[in-house]
Design a protein around this ligand. Structure first.
Ligand code: ADP
Ligand code: TZP
Ligand code: MG
Length: 269
């Protein structure tokens, strides 16, 4: 099914734009992930700025090319910043991405995430359990890791499309869902699950890609493709999580047009 769809050429073009335009991404992200997310953006060709205090969050959303709101370790101040930055991004017509870490399993942050949907994110980027938890469906996990398959979260993802343009559910096969479209991406490496904050990095890249892509569907798919290919390259050199983390950052930098054309597993059927 594909009212609008994505081709390999779209992904290659988005990657070229990423390298040419070096988009600035404002990140309000969790304390576990800050440095890894910043390094992942730099390796992929974007520029990070972790501006997450309530005094500066809204103003900077008007300067940045895109905003990431990640609820992994939410404090009252960061939640306030998230409300301000997401509202300012919407007002300025900038893409913003919501990563509702732990949604479903933790009621307070789930409520915060649901309230943030009033500011209509370009993309909800989450693992399959979080997509289900945010939608109020069964399948939520106890913590921040998924206990569901992305294929099983597609109905929940669709139910969120009244409040988000795209819902991207990650897993062994990523499922990117929009109005009238479903794009599946295979490949990647299971080692991504053994390093914390790889999903957070994917959320930041999704924000970056949305700012330089013709639409949020292409932006979300291009980000997932970039991460999948980078992880495959990284897994060629190691099977251990510590060295994989470094190799993955190198992989984000190494990805180029020919690797995308060789390794992206796109299914738009
Ligand atoms: N079993 C798997 N095989 C390959 N890639 C995976 C697998 N599980 C997750 N991934 C990838 O890991 C990255 C993070 O996804 P995920 O672990 O679902 O999110 P989070 O880290 O937010 O829980 C995504 O790029 C996803 O495609
Ligand atoms: C371990 C942990 N605890 C709170 S946020 C966080 C990081 C989650 O990272 P990811 O969602 O990318 O796995
Ligand atoms: Mg996550």
């Amino acid at each position: 099914m594909s009212a609008s769809t994505v081709t390999l050429d779209d992904i290659v073009a988005a990657h070229r734009q990423m390298r040419e335009r070096n988009p600035l991404v404002q990140c309000l992200t969790n304390t576990v992930s800050v440095q890894f997310v910043a390094n992942a953006l730099l390796a992929a060709g974007a520029a990070p700025a972790m501006v997450d205090n309530p005094e500066e969050a809204a103003g900077f959303a008007g300067i940045a090319d895109a905003v990431l709101v990640n609820l992994g370790t939410p404090t009252a101040a960061q939640v306030e910043s998230s409300r301000l930055a997401s509202a300012a991004a919407r007002e300025a017509g900038k893409p913003w991405v919501l990563d509702p870490v732990g949604a479903g399993g933790l009621p307070w942050r789930t409520q915060v995430a649901v309230e943030l949907l009033a500011n209509h994110p370009s993309v909800i980027r989450a693992n399959a359990s979080e997509v289900m938890g945010l939608a109020g469906a069964r399948g939520a996990s106890r913590g921040v890791d998924s206990s569901a398959r992305a294929a099983d979260s597609v109905d929940a993802a669709r139910s969120l499309l009244d409040r988000a343009e795209i819902v991207a559910a990650s897993g062994d096969v990523d499922h990117v869902v929009g109005q009238g479209s479903l794009v599946k991406l295979g490949g990647g490496s299971a080692l991504l699950q053994r390093v914390t904050a790889t999903g957070c990095a994917l959320g930041a890249l999704t924000a970056a890609y949305c700012s330089i892509s013709p639409n949020a569907l292409i932006g979300a798919v291009a980000a997932h493709a970039h991460v999948a290919v980078a992880s495959e390259i990284a897994a060629r050199s190691t099977s251990r999580p510590g060295s994989f983390a470094a190799a993955f950052l190198d992989g984000l930098d190494t990805v180029d047009e020919s690797l995308l054309r060789e390794l992206v597993r796109l299914d738009t059927a």
